[in-house]
Design a protein around this ligand. Structure first.
Ligand code: CMP
Length: 138
């Protein structure tokens, strides 16, 4: 499904009241929201989601941060969704994110970086399926 990607608005951005502004940028960027939910991950669930990073030095901090408060998870649809969404959000490290990108505008640090975006079509499908049942997405 090359026309879909998956995103999370992370605990920092939700806590700082940026959810509405970020969704607005996503919609104005030409993405259609095809599934969305607001939830608070347990450390176990956050660890499962980021299992691919389990061997990385930042894993424990990442899991603690992602379970520190509520998030918004969503599946987004657009032509060339994965690549275009990564352009819209900017570099992982907000200090390196282009002006006007979501991370440039709203992120504080490489951990508290406001949003997640899938890095491939394959991961977009895996990540969307982690949060949404067949009944919840279309
Ligand atoms: P995300 O796209 O959600 O995927 C993994 C997250 O790990 C990443 O965003 C960052 O928030 C976080 N992270 C912390 N340190 C690093 C790092 N050195 N390289 C990549 N990601 C990092």
């Amino acid at each position: 499904e090359t026309n879909k990607t998956f995103t999370m608005i992370k605990p920092d951005a939700v806590a700082n009241g940026h959810t509405g502004a970020i969704l607005d940028q996503i919609i104005k960027g030409g993405f259609k929201i095809t599934a969305m939910k607001y939830l608070w991950l347990t450390p176990e669930k956050a660890g499962q989601f980021y299992a691919v990073h389990a061997a990385r030095p930042f894993y424990n901090d990442l899991v603690a941060f992602m379970s520190s408060g509520p998030i918004v998870a969503a599946i987004l649809e657009k032509d060339n969704a994965v690549e275009d969404f990564r352009k819209l959000i900017g570099a992982t490290d907000p200090a390196k994110a282009e002006p006007g990108t979501i991370r440039n505008l709203f992120a504080k640090s490489i951990d508290a970086n406001a949003v997640h975006g899938s890095d491939s079509d394959e991961n977009a499908k895996i990540e969307g399926d982690f949060y949404f049942s067949a009944f919840e997405k279309f």
